[in-house]
Design a protein around this ligand. Sequence first.
Ligand code: ZN
Ligand code: ZN
Length: 325
Amino acid sequence: MDRIRYILSWILWPALMTICMVGTAYGFAAGYPIITFNICYMFLIVSLFFLEKWMPHEREWLKPDGQNFASIMHTLSSKGSVQLLFMFSGVIGLAEFITPASEPGFGIWPREWPMWLQVMMGVTLAEFGLYWVHRLGHTTAFMWRFHAVHHSVTKLWFLNTGRFHFIDSLASIIIGLMILLPLGAPMEVVQWLTVITAFIGMLTHCNVEMRFGPLNYIFNTPSLHRWHHSRELFEGNRNYCENVMIWDHVFGTFYHAEYRPPADIGMSDYMPEKFWYQLIWPFLSVKKKQELAPDYEYKPFGYEDRAESEAKRLAKLEAMRGAAE
Ligand SMILES: [Zn+2]
Ligand SMILES: [Zn+2]
């Protein structure tokens, strides 16, 4: 049985990704992209649900953390607010921007290229925006208020995938579109970007024991994202890319070490337990937070000290080597 698990650990990520992508591509070709995408997405969720129980990466993360309702509600409110943005895009003037931008002849986008190549370019270019929204979410006090909701969990599993404050989700979507649409990217490229982000995002948060080898240097794998959820800033303020790791390599924030990522994940900041409190938390003053939560403790936003981080990283490597000898 262990041998089957070992073999599966190598093939699961590429196999699941391939099945979902081929299925959705078939849907696009047949003219039913939305329904086939949803079938593939459900297939991925159900597969991960059972795999997490059968071959978990961390057994500790199988225990309940009391955050299921909050995570589902954040997922729904994030998806809902993105839908609303598109529904009311006419009212706020966004439609006048989106419609001509996605029509042929607009911008410098090479529409004559094969679709797979256009999608690869779209994913890479949009990633630049996603990278910076995410990085600023960790390095500026204002944006961290919203992004902290995602990092307040103490375990990783598929249900955390969509757990974002809706302001955080809107910022990523808007910046991603602001890169692709002015260049004249067709709607099909934008749809594929959404599909790929959904599949890769679901996989990055799963608690399934998987191995990746060289894939870790190209895609955002669960193994890379576990560093990103570390409490230690030298591990956590790394791997900001959502789908492909290119901009982490370019801007020097890629992190992948030879020791095991921490099981004790989360953040040092306070986050209330209840969904509605989490939703309004970023908008509240310190005084209001103290009133609402007696155990709340004010902590100034901490910047990462790179020298200190490097020393911690070396100490960790040293300790690991010492233990191995
Ligand atoms: Zn983050
Ligand atoms: Zn995450």
